[in-house]
Design a protein around this ligand. Structure first.
Ligand code: UDP
Ligand code: MG
Length: 317
């Protein structure tokens, strides 16, 4: 039996895009249903993230016209990641597999065929990965590359050039639900779920209509969120820096003592400078140590699952 697939799309002020997106997805779904690859009960679920324009009216109208379309309306604007999560959690009640995608058709809908191939091979999560960033500006390209590098150094496991275009099985979404954190950076959390996963590459297009809902300011706060919600390494950096500065003060002390032995010194200067550096270094070290514990508390308060079971042979019987 073909699986029921829901395509979840967060929408914020997307009245220009919606009719185009709906048409493209409807055609794709017809094709997939016709080929018997997904169940005829599959749907497109739009999540209205508190839009100020006619987005919800359009979703409601689409739902009235065809049972292929359904929608969820959030009480207010909560941001892309939360809107997406709301969609995933709602869709998992009805669907076997859920694809998440942006409203602007930047993600090639034909990559879904590839997702389904991987699903047939037993994958629970399939990541859509951009094969090129030709349509992005040089600025976005280079900052994105630098950002992935930083995340990597921070020990965050993340799929390079993967946005939030992915397929997840129902049990993968259920596992995601066991991450109760408020600071949500989905593309960093999903790899933590595990299960058999794979990637499918696709060419990322330009936004078809409307404008980006991610201005630079939002992009920066999203990037900071990615680091601070997944890594406590910045704290370790402070500890390291404190230790380093303290070391410098010790080296200074040795140098000054050697100079004093040579007789060429200003009275009182060496002791003042060395103590400034030594105290500065020790204080920073102490902050870092306190930070380590706060970091631990931070991770504890996230109360993430300690494990997720893939196969339980008892249950299979
Ligand atoms: N979006 C949302 N809530 C927001 C901002 C954006 O649901 O507060 C949606 C938006 O409608 C789109 C997706 O998130 O479907 C990605 O936004 P966009 O395409 O503007 O970002 P970009 O591709 O420029 O990074
Ligand atoms: Mg976009």
């Amino acid at each position: 039996m073909a699986e029921i697939m829901y395509i979840v799309i967060p929408c914020y002020n997307e009245e220009e895009m919606l009719p185009i997106t709906a048409k493209a997805l409807n055609e794709k779904m017809d094709e997939l249903v016709g080929a018997g690859r997904i169940s005829p009960e599959s749907k497109v679920m739009f999540v209205d993230d508190g839009s100020k324009d006619k987005t919800w009216e359009l979703i409601d109208k689409l739902h009235g016209l065809s049972s292929r379309f359904t929608g969820v309306k959030l009480s207010r604007n909560k941001g892309h990641q939360n809107a997406l999560l709301a969609g995933l959690m709602t869709a998992k009640k009805y669907a076997d597999i859920i694809v998440s995608m942006d409203a602007d058709l930047q993600d090639d809908v034909n990559a879904v065929d590839g997702f389904l191939d991987k699903r047939a091979e037993g994958c629970d999560i399939v990541y859509g990965v951009r094969s090129s960033r030709a349509t992005d500006t040089a600025f976005k390209r280079s900052t994105a590359r630098a950002y992935y590098k930083i995340l990597e150094h921070m020990g965050v496991e993340i799929t390079y050039d993967h946005a939030d275009y992915r397929l997840m099985s129902r049990r993968a979404v259920e596992a995601l639900e066991s991450f109760p954190e408020v600071n949500l950076f989905l593309r960093g959390i999903v790899p933590m779920i595990g299960f058999k996963s794979d990637i499918v590459t696709y060419v990322r297009n330009e936004r078809v209509a409307g404008e980006s809902k991610y201005p630079l300011k939002k992009m920066i706060s999203f990037a900071v969120e990615g680091i601070t919600s997944l890594s406590v390494k910045p704290i370790r950096f402070i500890t390291f820096l404190g230790f380093f500065i303290f070391l410098v003060s010790v080296i200074m002390l040795i140098v000054f003592l050697v100079q004093k032995a040579g007789g060429d010194t200003v009275r009182g200067w060496a002791s003042t400078i060395v103590s400034v550096w030594a105290i500065g270094g020790l204080q920073m070290l102490a902050i870092g140590v306190i930070g380590e514990y706060i970091g631990k508390i931070y991770l504890e308060t996230k109360s993430r699952p300690k494990f997720i079971i893939d196969i339980d042979l008892e249950e299979k019987k």
